[in-house]
Each structure stands twice: as structure tokens, then as C-alpha cells.
Design a protein around this ligand. Structure first.
Ligand SMILES: [Zn+2]
Ligand SMILES: [Zn+2]
Length: 325
């Protein structure tokens, strides 16, 4: 076993974490060991150390960056000394339709979370990245590109991907307008990412207090949602606009095309494995999986990403499922 140190929640009534020494597993053939240098503080860390899911003795942390310090004999994608990033999941079944589609976060058999999960092989609880060292399968580690500040990049592994995926699924880019509700931890990343994609960004906030922050992050404007005149003016401008339909929240709807075999060739058309296609479990997802050939399962396509509401009401769409924290 590999001894390491971490910060553990031993008192669910408080915010205090205790420095502890604990054991990581010895490396399996496809494992890497990572020296954790930085880890973001996700709000779900707070929820869970306060017992939201009834857990005890958590070592939180699932937004980490670090350096590979050891590799198992079957590891091919990483070498000692390389910079890596670790996100919210560290394993999955690898066999279900979602895993085969590269959407392990929607694994039908639940992905193994970076902390508070259960290791699929030895059954031990997973301990998070508020620790000196983490051990995981290489498949679930990511190369951290040169030039990215490892401290600033760490929050991209949960907060960042949480807003990046819907932006990409909705096709945000030049010519589109994006509204971001709340300039919080995820919201400020959504503003930066949407602006970087070329979209026109409006921040929705209850007061104007964060207007300068919103503008400095790349938003075009801030709309005060408690100001009825501003909301009415925005609605009027939206309904009178002659601009072609854009992937705003209100305009997204599912317009399913007929089922086909294999994902659509067009990268602009998201594809989902259709319900009941080789599995009795729901095929819920929020963005297109990478194009693959030869799977033989029917796929359902939308001209744009369905909104949560339409997923819940459309007969052809499965109910929304919660994603891993
Ligand atoms: Zn998180
Ligand atoms: Zn799976």
C-alpha cells in the first residue's frame, strides 16, 4: 500500500477538516499515481462533508492537477513527470452503451466518483484529492496542456466541464446569445467560456452589484432580474428580433428526426443512443458522444440540444438524470 496524507471530514457538523495519514492502493497494471499539487474547492465538497448524502469520514476534492510519480506496467498514455488533471470520476463499467460512447459520466452502472465512491475492484471507499497523492486508472486522467496554470486549471475539471458541455451541446458560438443565470463559481466560468467561443453573453443577476465583474469577464451586459422594466425590455427585444433562431435556452427544443443506425455524420447534430437500444436502461445525456461507426444501435437525433424541460416532457425522451457531482 502507498501511504499518503490528506484532509478528512471527521465532524459533519462543521467545516473543519483534519489532517490524516491513510493508504492508497498499490498500482494495478493500468494505474498511475499522481502527486496532487492543486485542488479546487467545489461546493459539493461542502454539501457532502455536511452529510448531504449521509457519508462519513470523507476526504473531498475532485478538481485536481498534479504530476505523475509512478505508472503501472500496462500504462501507455502517461509517463512519470507528466502533468495531469483529475476530475469527478475515476472509473466506470466500461461496457454499457454510455461508456462505449465515451460518456462514462452517464454509465448505466454508475461511474466511480473520485471521492465518496466505492472502488469497483476492492470495494474500498474512494478518497478524494485533498491529499498528497491519488491513484487512478490512466483512462480517467487527462493530460494537462503546457501553458495552462495548474492552479487555475483545476476548477475546470468540475465547474468548468459542467458549463462547457451544455455550451457545446447548444452550439454556442459566433452569432449565438447565451444567458448565464448567476455569476457564481460555475457562472463566471460559463461567461468566460461562452465569450471565448464567440457568443454574446448576458448575465442574469438579482442586483447590479456584479455588473463590472460580468463585463470584465467578457459579458456584453448584465440584466437585473428583479427590475421588471429591464426584464420587459429584454423580452420585447427578444420577441421582436429578426435574427435567425439561436440556441438560447428558451428556443431549444427537441425536434427528433427519425431513428437511424449510427450517429449522425454531421457534427452539428447531436446524437443519443435511443431508448431501449440494447439496454433496458434510460439513455439520458446532454451532449453528443463522439462519432463512432459500426455500433449498430439506433440513435436519436435532435437539431439542437433539448432543454431539460423538453427532455422531461417529450415522449421520445427519457427523464433527466442527475449527473455525478
Ligand atoms: Zn464539483
Ligand atoms: Zn458503463
Amino acid at each position: 500500500m502507498r501511504s499518503t496524507t490528506g484532509w478528512q471530514s471527521l465532524d459533519p457538523t462543521g467545516n473543519t477538516l483534519t489532517r490524516v495519514t491513510f493508504e492508497r492502493r498499490d498500482l494495478r497494471p493500468d494505474d498511475i499515481a499522481v502527486r496532487i499539487d492543486y485542488c479546487g474547492v467545489c461546493h459539493s465538497d461542502l454539501h457532502r462533508i455536511h452529510g448531504m448524502l449521509g457519508e462519513k469520514d470523507l476526504v473531498p476534492g475532485h478538481e485536481a492537477t498534479g504530476v505523475v510519480v509512478a505508472t503501472g506496467p500496462a500504462v501507455t498514455g502517461f509517463a512519470v513527470g507528466e502533468r495531469v488533471a483529475i476530475g469527478t470520476i475515476v472509473d466506470s463499467c466500461g461496457e454499457c452503451a454510455m461508456c462505449l460512447a465515451g460518456q462514462e459520466n452517464y454509465c448505466y452502472h454508475r461511474p466511480t466518483t473520485t471521492y465518496g465512491g466505492t472502488d469497483r475492484i476492492d470495494g474500498t471507499p474512494t478518497m478524494g484529492a485533498y491529499s498528497r497523492e491519488y491513484v487512478l486508472r490512466e483512462k480517467f486522467a487527462f493530460h494537462l496542456p503546457d501553458g495552462l496554470d495548474p492552479a487555475a486549471a483545476a476548477p475546470l475539471m468540475c465547474a468548468g466541464v459542467s458549463v462547457w458541455e451544455p455550451l457545446r451541446a447548444a452550439g454556442a458560438g459566433p452569432g449565438s446569445r447565451v444567458a448565464v443565470a448567476g455569476l457564481g463559481g460555475l457562472g463566471h466560468l460559463a461567461v468566460k467560456l461562452a465569450a471565448a467561443l464567440g457568443a454574446e453573453v448576458t448575465v442574469l443577476s438579482r442586483t447590479a452589484a456584479k455588473e463590472q465583474d460580468a463585463l470584465s469577464l467578457g459579458a456584453a451586459e448584465l440584466l437585473v432580474t428583479t427590475d421588471e422594466a429591464q426584464v420587459a425590455a429584454a423580452r420585447a427585444a427578444s420577441t421582436s428580433s429578426s435574427t435567425p433562431s439561436r440556441p438560447t435556452t428558451s428556443s431549444r427544443r427537441s425536434s427528433a428526426c427519425s431513428a437511424s443506425t449510427g450517429p449522425c455524420a454531421s457534427s452539428e447534430t447531436p446524437c443519443w443512443p435511443a431508448r431501449g437500444s440494447g439496454s433496458s436502461e434510460p439513455a439520458a445525456r446532454s451532449s453528443p458522444p463522439p462519432a463512432r461507426e459500426g455500433c449498430g444501435r439506433p440513435w436519436r437525433c435532435w437539431s439542437s440540444a433539448p432543454s431539460t424541460a423538453s427532455r422531461r416532457t417529450s415522449r421520445s425522451c427519457p427523464p433527466a438524470r442527475s449527473k455525478p457531482p
